[in-house]
Design a protein around this ligand. Structure first.
Ligand SMILES: O=C(CO)[C@@H](O)[C@H](O)[C@H](O)[C@H](O)COP(=O)(O)O
Length: 365
């Protein structure tokens, strides 16, 4: 039997990123992953683990007088920083889901996070900030990227979000292969042994990649690198390479499963492309997906034609309208934000309790 694992096979086909901050998991991998992504659920769950009790108490003591958010941001930076030496690329944190429709609030939160990264001696080229991609987020991203704070467009479900991510100079883009609701309601999930061909999100992913390749060859402007997220099982994770995604960010559970599965296929003899879009071609058997969209009641639309719209004009109003008009996108973003807000509320409560304990222990009321 082969002593290679499916995870090592995947790293030969595309770049493996980790969607977790679990240092034991990350250091157990047979290679250094590229980037590390996170979100409020990941940070909150890790922050509340027994092993981080002391760290939380210390952070509450040091930053509690600035409020719970300052403590949460510092915790998040510390949890990703613990892994910086174990990855090759960037660590990513997500802005608060409460800000996603307020450009100024997004920019302010990104500057606060950038300051925390700076305090932790993490240089600008080792982190990026995830923005759930609304009209306000796209406008904020354009300013932030110009100022050297690089962003990832996340909670991406639709083509217009992808065009806006390109227009605002995002470094990365994370389409969600599955909506969050599919995790608890499996009737929303396309369970298939061939997700590359049969999962409805494959077509949108391919169309985004093909559009970026065309934009790059026409203008020479770098396009957002795809870090596909939210895969429900290891079969889907493996399929992301065939779609042409340059990176796939893998949750702890899927990572462990891939690490435990021997690779029984012949060794990979091809090498990964050196540029994300310069030589991109869609696999022959998937070319039929370039002109279909079963997620849209209106059917397929030419993504290149969407590029004629300025999605950043008028505070991103064209993007917000497009999101509203596509029920799948609007629901996908809303469900994700509800899920992240739930985690943020739990974190807030725990941090405020810790701050109060500290105050009581020194007799401040
Ligand atoms: O967007 C990114 C990466 O850029 C991810 O962190 C993304 O938030 C997650 O993959 C999704 O929220 C799904 O998380 P999970 O339910 O698989 O834990």
């Amino acid at each position: 039997m082969s002593d290679r694992t499916l995870l090592e096979r995947l790293e030969k086909l595309c770049n493996v990123d980790v969607d977790d901050v679990d240092t034991a998991l990350i250091t157990s991998l047979p290679f250094k992953p590229h980037n590390l992504t996170s979100n409020q659920q990941v940070i909150c769950n890790t922050m509340l683990a027994d092993s981080n009790r002391e760290l939380l108490a210390r952070m509450a003591e040091m930053y509690g007088n600035e409020g719970w958010e300052a403590v949460f941001d510092r915790m998040a930076v510390q949890l990703v920083n613990n892994n910086l030496e174990h990855i090759k690329g960037r660590v990513l944190l997500q802005i608060s889901p409460r800000h996603i429709n307020n450009k100024d609030a997004i920019i302010q939160h990104c500057h606060r996070l950038a300051k925390c990264f700076q305090e932790a001696s993490i240089p600008n080229d080792r982190f990026a900030i995830k923005l759930p991609f609304t009209g306000a987020a796209a406008c904020a991203a354009a300013e932030l990227n110009r100022d050297g704070i690089r962003t990832l467009a996340t909670s991406v479900f639709g083509l217009e979000q992808a065009i806006a991510a390109s227009q605002s100079g995002c470094l990365f883009i994370s389409p969600y292969y599955n909506e969050i609701a599919a995790y608890s309601d499996l009737s929303l999930w396309t369970d298939t042994p061939d997700p590359a061909l049969e999962h409805p999100m494959s077509a949108r992913v391919i169309q985004i990649l093909e559009a970026y390749a065309k934009f790059y060859s026409k203008t020479g402007k770098e396009q957002p690198i795809m870090v596909i997220a939210s895969n429900l099982n290891p079969i889907e994770v493996m399929a992301m390479a065939e779609l042409g995604c340059q990176h796939v960010t893998i949750t702890g559970g899927n990572m462990k499963a891939l690490l435990e599965t021997p690779d029984s296929l012949p060794p990979v003899t091809t090498s990964k492309p050196t540029h994300p879009y310069a030589g991109l071609t869609t696999a022959e058997r998937l070319k039929c997906l370039s002109r279909v969209d079963s997620l849209s009641p209106a059917g397929w639309r030419d993504i290149l034609a969407l590029g004629a719209t300025d999605y950043l004009a008028n505070n991103g109003s064209a993007l917000d309208q497009a999101i509203k008009a596509d029920g799948f996108v609007a629901k996908g973003i809303q469900d994700a934000m509800d899920w992240f807000i739930e985690a943020e509320e739990i974190a807030k409560e725990a941090i405020e309790r810790e701050i109060l304990l500290k105050k009581e222990s020194v007799g401040v009321h």
